[in-house]
Design a protein around this ligand. Sequence first.
Ligand code: ZN
Ligand code: ZN
Ligand code: ZN
Length: 373
Amino acid sequence: MARRSALPPIPDFAVLRSRLDRAREAAAGTGLVIAPGSDLRYLIGQPGGSFERLTALLIPADGTPALVVPKLEAPGFVGLEDLGVDVITWVDGVDPYNLAAERMSAPERVAVSDFTPALHVLAIRDALPKAEQVLAGPIVRELRMRKDAAEIEALRKAGAAIDRVHAQVGEWLRAGRTEAEVGADIAAAIVEEGHTEADFVIVASGPNGASPHHALSERVIEAGDVVVVDIGGPVAEGYNSDSTRTYAVGTPRDADVAATYAVLQEAQQAAVDAVRPGATAESIDAAARDVIAAAGFGEYFIHRTGHGIGLDVHEEPYIVAGNDLPLEAGMAFSVEPGIYQPGRWGARIEDIVVVTADGGESMNNQPHDLVVV
Ligand code: ZN
Ligand code: ZN
Ligand code: ZN
């Protein structure tokens, strides 16, 4: 049984202080308003929660950062004074948006974190009618997509944990059971192996495998099915795993599975091999896509090759055509090409790869072969 501490670990305060400083620098004169969620967790070590009452971290272009928080929720945040973040509490009946506007002191532009509820975004607009509102995502991603050693260690821990789950899938995946039954066993193992929760469990059997984001259904798994299993969740530090392997229940019923799967395996490896500092995100996508297209399956690879991963399962950088971002050491993302045969079967191979000084390091190390159970 995995041991769990009462409070999630908070990064070193020196690390958080430096993130707050760098966020202000990256904002370059724009005021930042950060709602609860992954951005807040990245900056102050604690995600908080979004409700109808406003909680938000304010980072004015000049002046001390402050957390505006309902008085009844303030005890949920620790150590803010030590971080150099003022705490501005408010009680019901007070307008928290005016408190926030005072603290921001008439900025020309306010960047609001991407997942701020609209009810707060529009009220902030009303309280700061002269400020242009923009998204904070492009500012905060400049920090978040370059992982430090502790963040990579947490991704490595998450990767090892999900690898241990994939290593056991053969115990649960068999003909006669439903996808939902197999998924329940996998979800329990995700927690047992060291995640705080099972964030997502995809068991896509037979024709369901052709739907990349199929979750679970009552379909009874049959002998001969190809089954896509895509699973992940966060570890205590908040960083996520995300790994896909494709299984076959006995000999696949479709005669084209072995040859098609070999193309997918080659494509996934080509993309991983292309990872190095200076390569563009879109070049990694092309490395996988070219192999699949050359084999005649281009129209069956219906999504980008990957997504960044960290405190969110999907974040920057996206490994997609049109993204000419040059990769840098410390960037972490999935490499997950798939081939989906509508109405018949599908396959995907997914590992998380971190860019190193001269290449890439996989956080997942389970074999890539079609796993016959
Ligand atoms: Zn996905
Ligand atoms: Zn996945
Ligand atoms: Zn993924």
